[in-house]
Design a protein around this ligand. Structure first.
Ligand code: ATP
Ligand code: MG
Length: 567
């Protein structure tokens, strides 16, 4: 393509709301254009990149024997009522009415639609297993759209849904999808990890997320330094630590006037937060209160806590007024001694002895507290986020934490939707069985942003060849003034096209500096420069976007030179 036939829409400045580099560069390179919060257009070059990602995904999905289809964006409320998600799904589900006053929503995901299809067209176990996929626009009314297309409201997803006669078959397709995802992310050139993910109510190790490693990632993921254990920290377990050491200190009530936070208490009493506890009060499932106890330096993991029996769903912190009324003190003063409500201590908190906690009286704390001696109604559980250095739950090595961008998610749904929507087939024995289902998502547009997070420098994007808008840019200097340069550039351009090289000829009447800067900002992997000087000695200049060195190449072998680079 010639630049004059394209839209090179680079801009100097990124908007103020662009906090992360991929957002800034996608705007500056003219790949996307914002229409409203979290809603973007893909400009011609941006669309090229998206389509390359889609092509890789499509090829690998087809290889896995998944079948492509296309489902609607607008979905009637009825199917969502059938699955019970019309009530369950929060405000991320954008709902609207049609002219006949019927309820509809914009699809944030397509389990309901595909299950509706499966119900109609899958009749017998003989048709199973079957895996359908689509590449399609999703709408989620995200509470905080940000980072450009990384967390947008409208985005493109590849979503697949598989149907099975039993769990074993689901497990097999799940493994195939796991491998397919690895193939896709390898081809895109990501540095990524597949990590165990939280699988919600379904449990088991039936969900993996694929994370691209990047400091700007919104998720924290952890790995063992000695084994291949890797998990989202929402999910990474901590282990019981055994019985606490026997008490050495006596229980003592001390005055802590005006002191509320753990750090202030620790400073005043000259102890470490690792020897204190904090007590959070949450709602039980019967208008009662329950105390969750963590070591002073640890943080509550809400995903884990919300799975504990006897607590209100979703997890809800108690109102301070209610706490004051029932327990007789404010939040900062709650402790476990003489606390007459169920206490659930995190394993690490349960392992402490001679620790400090609030005294359930404002401005006072207990020191020298010991669980067995001084408390009652205590059970222990895994409640906290893991921290660097925690032992790996598989017993091998210690955990490290890194930031990740979730680009894919595979999930064994079991019969959740086939039960609620009554999607069954006739099994081998002639009886109807509700089908097992798997679902498999990839954030197509998020991939483009994630790739830029991993591949950029101070000049701009450094696209991997697999998804670059062009493989090669030809920059002729004085194309519109020097007939010699123009002839050589045109010849080279045509030869490249003939060889199937995706080439951009920058034929704009721009200064060389502008053309260089644009090609670097756009991240085109290979560049050839033709000038009069080069024409004199039959050579042209080559530069890889990844390297700083330039090399001279004989004009005659330039096309082969590029072909070798692309091989
Ligand atoms: P997140 O935790 O990031 O919100 P999710 O768990 O809601 O993701 P899924 O429902 O599993 O995501 O969707 C499949 C994939 O779609 C995700 O792995 C992600 O790559 C992509 N995705 C999800 N939400 C967005 C969004 N708001 N903008 C862009 N891509 C998204
Ligand atoms: Mg989400």
């Amino acid at each position: 393509m010639k630049s004059s036939d394209s839209l090179i829409s680079t801009v100097k400045e990124a908007p103020n709301d662009a906090q992360i580099i991929s957002h800034q560069l996608m705007i500056r390179a003219g790949l996307i254009s914002k229409l409203a919060s979290g809603i973007y257009s893909y400009l011609p070059l941006g669309l090229k990149v998206v389509q390359k990602v889609e092509k890789i995904i499509r090829e690998e999905m087809n290889k896995s024997k998944a079948l492509e289809l296309l489902m609607p964006v607008a979905q009637p409320a009825e199917i969502w009522q059938e699955s019970k998600r019309w009530e369950e799904y929060g405000p991320e589900l954008l709902r609207f009415k049609d002219r006949h006053d019927r309820d509809f929503c914009l699809g944030p995901t397509h389990e309901e639609v595909i299950t509706n299809i499966a119900k109609q067209y899958l009749r017998s176990y003989k048709q199973l297993p079957i895996n359908f996929y689509q590449i399609q626009t999703k709408f989620r009314d995200e509470i905080r759209p940000r980072f450009g297309v990384m967390r947008s409201r409208e985005f493109i997803m590849k979503d697949a849904y598989s149907f099975h006669i039993d769990e074993k078959s689901l497990g097999e397709t799940y493994q195939i999808m796991h491998q397919t995802y690895c193939n896709i992310f390898d081809r895109i050139g990501f540095n990524y990890r597949a990590v165990l993910a939280d699988s919600g109510a379904i449990g088991g190790e039936s969900s993996h997320e694929f994370h691209v490693l990047a400091d700007s990632g919104e998720d924290a993921i952890c790995f063992s330094d000695e084994s291949d254990y890797a998990a989202n920290i929402e999910r990474a377990e901590t282990l019981p630590q055994g019985k606490p050491k026997p008490a050495k200190q006596t229980l003592e009530l001390v005055k802590t006037p005006g002191v509320k936070t753990i750090n202030d208490v620790c400073n005043l009493l000259k102890i470490k937060p690792t020897n204190s506890i904090k007590t959070l009060i949450v709602e039980g499932d019967d208008d009662n209160l329950v105390a969750l106890v963590l070591r002073g330096d640890h943080e509550l993991n809400e995903v884990k806590a919300s799975k504990i029996q006897g607590l209100k769903q979703p997890l809800q912190m108690a109102e301070e007024e209610k706490v004051q009324q029932r327990l007789g003190c404010s939040f900062g003063s709650i402790g476990v001694v003489n606390l007459d409500i169920p206490i659930i201590a995190d394993y690490a908190a349960a392992f402490l002895s001679d620790f400090v906690c609030g005294a359930n009286e404002n401005d006072k704390h207990f020191v020298g507290v010991n669980w067995n001696r001084d408390t009652s109604k205590v059970t222990s559980s895994d409640l906290r986020n893991i921290v660097t250095g925690d032992p790996s739950p598989d017993g091998k090595g210690k955990l490290e934490i890194k930031r990740g961008i979730e680009v894919g998610h595979i999930f064994q749904l079991g019969t959740k939707y086939s039960d609620s929507m009554n999607a069954n087939v006739i099994g081998e024995d002639g009886r109807a069985v509700n089908m097992n289902m798997g679902c498999y998502g990839i954030g197509v547009t998020r991939i483009v942003a994630a790739s830029i997070e991993q591949n950029h420098d101070d000049k701009g994007i450094i696209f991997p060849e697999a998804i670059a808008p062009f493989h090669l840019v030809i920059v002729p200097i004085n194309y519109n003034k020097s007939s010699r340069v123009k002839a050589l550039a045109d010849e080279l351009y045509n030869d490249c096209l003939e060889q199937g090289i995706e080439v951009l000829l920058d034929d704009r009447k721009e200064r060389a500096g502008v053309m260089f800067a644009d090609s670097e900002l756009l991240g085109i992997p290979h560049r050839l420069v033709i000038s009069d000087t080069h024409a004199d000695n039959g050579k042209i200049e080559y530069k890889s976007r990844k390297e700083s060195d330039k090399v001279e190449v004989d004009f005659k072998v330039a096309v082969n030179f590029i072909l070798e680079k692309l091989a």
